[in-house]
Write a protein that binds this ligand. Structure first.
Ligand SMILES: Cc1ncc(COP(=O)(O)O)c(C=O)c1O
Length: 455
């Protein structure tokens, strides 16, 4: 038997022999049913003691790789190789676009590493040993207190810390809400069309039916909700994704009246409201009807998606079911990160960071809009007043998909508007252009490449 073992690589001889045998079986070099040499022979061949081989055979027999039968020696077990992939291939980080204008990115180069590191180190140093056990599934007290204060102050959310539930992401918060809704008998959820397609995915993944409802220049067309026959609606009223429309006060009123009459849940996805250029953000919908609205906030835009920290304030009748979903799935952000985030908010580091990011993003947005005007004069730009992307409406007859493909081939990551449409075809072809991540000079080059890609 030809076993490639280099006994100088470290670890015990027995461990190395076992690893070599496992790899040989997994890769199919030792096929099921084939006989292994008697332990004495293999020991001699490898220059190890017989005990090493005997113990290795016994261990692999316990694991199901080998079968030892009196009289017929040790063989590779029949099931051993079936379906076991050969030696695993390394995973590599995803390829990034040279110019990444895909919406949904923040400026990761400006992540406040020093302040975050200080908050993390303090959390690690000060956390009592006893708090290394299971934390409350709604989140740690420090962060729920901090988030409640922040949301009340900045977003006009009506909230007791007791009602704040910490999650790993807005998408997780949505998933948890849908499971809780389903537990209470809900079946159908209205989604914005166009809208953030991940919202639809979360609805469908939770076993509910997503019902698209049109969005116009005033926000979701609330009058069409009645016909949709839904138990809940998910939306981005403060800054519609992807068009940037702000829901009017009239529509907000009509929405709340509809939800109250129907007993429906409104889920407010407040994903990027911190970025307003030139006007104050509209306050949250939740503040108008805390008994009907679940408010969802995330740090994916304010800091970075890598933190995996978000929160949800559900109406009180859903809280226990929400907590139960977290309890059974066991998916909650790490205690240390939550405590770091709490001090990050309490020490005003978050608000300081946001103040400087608003200036930075405004400058980038100005560069992108100016360059689009200069290099792509036939393109109309909308959705510039807030958020981290704009909509670039291509000239009549342009091919949205082909243009986006060509842009991507030249290293410019963009999204087609159609990606975020369920049934409503937009009136014209358009691209979503994020300006958060590239530098200003990269935005200029990317716009040139976009102009070349337009077809
Ligand atoms: C509408 C909307 N909601 C939420 C998010 C962020 O979600 P998460 O916290 O899951 O990263 C995004 C990200 O692009 C988004 O576009």
């Amino acid at each position: 038997m030809d076993l490639e073992i280099d006994f100088r690589t470290g670890g015990s001889l027995r461990r190395q022999l076992e690893d070599a045998l496992r790899v040989a079986i997994r890769s199919g070099r030792l096929v099921p049913g084939s006989a292994l040499p008697p332990s004495r022979d293999l020991a001699e061949q490898l220059g190890v003691s017989r005990g090493v081989v005997v113990d290795s055979y016994a261990q692999l027999a316990t694991e199901g790789y080998l079968a030892a039968r009196r009289g017929s020696g040790t063989r590779v077990a029949a099931l051993a190789a079936a379906g076991i992939p050969p030696t695993p291939r390394q995973v590599s980080p995803p390829n990034r676009f040279r110019y990444d204008l895909r919406p949904g990115q923040a400026d990761f180069h400006a992540f406040p590493r020093a302040a975050w590191k200080a908050a993390l180190i303090r959390a690690l140093r000060e956390l009592p040993d006893t708090r290394l056990g299971y934390a409350n599934h709604r989140g740690v007290a420090e962060l729920r207190n901090a988030v409640a204060g922040y949301l009340a102050r900045v977003r006009g959310v009506v909230v007791e810390p007791e009602h704040v539930v910490v999650c790993c992401a807005a998408s997780q918060a949505l998933t948890v809400l849908w499971h809780a809704l389903r537990h209470q008998g809900g079946r159908r959820v209205a989604i914005e069309d166009p809208g953030w397609r991940w919202q639809r995915f979360t609805v469908e993944h939770a076993g509910l039916e997503a019902v698209p409802v049109r969005v116009d220049a005033d926000g979701m067309v609330v009058s069409e909700l009645a016909a949709a026959d839904v138990d809940a609606v998910v939306m981005t009223p403060a800054h519609h994704y992807p068009t940037g429309v702000v829901m009017t006060a009239e529509r907000r009123g009509a929405l709340i009246a509809w939800a109250r009459e129907r007993g429906a849940l409104i889920v407010e996805d407040d994903y990027d409201v911190e970025y307003r250029f030139g006007r104050d953000p509209v306050a949250s919908l939740q503040g108008l009807a805390p008994d009907l609205v679940a408010f969802v906030g995330t740090t994916s835009k304010t800091l970075a998606p890598a933190l995996r920290l978000a929160w949800v304030v559900p109406p009180s009748h859903l809280i226990d079911d929400v907590e139960n979903v977290l309890l059974v799935t066991g998916v909650t952000p790490p205690t240390l990160d939550q405590i770091a985030m709490a001090s990050f908010i309490e020490d005003a580091a978050l608000e300081r960071h946001l103040r400087s990011m608003r200036r930075r993003y405004r400058a980038k947005r100005d560069v992108l809009v100016a360059e689009l005007g200069r290099q792509l004069p036939k393109v109309r730009v909308s959705g510039t007043a807030a958020g981290l992307h704009v909509l670039a409406w291509l000239p009549d007859g342009a091919d949205e998909h082909a243009t986006a493909m060509r842009a991507r081939q030249s290293g410019v990551g963009v999204h087609e508007l159609h990606r975020h449409c369920t049934t409503q075809a937009p009136s014209a072809p358009a691209l979503l252009l994020g300006f958060a991540l590239p530098t200003e000079s990269e935005l200029i080059t990317a716009t040139r490449l976009l102009a070349e890609a337009l077809c």
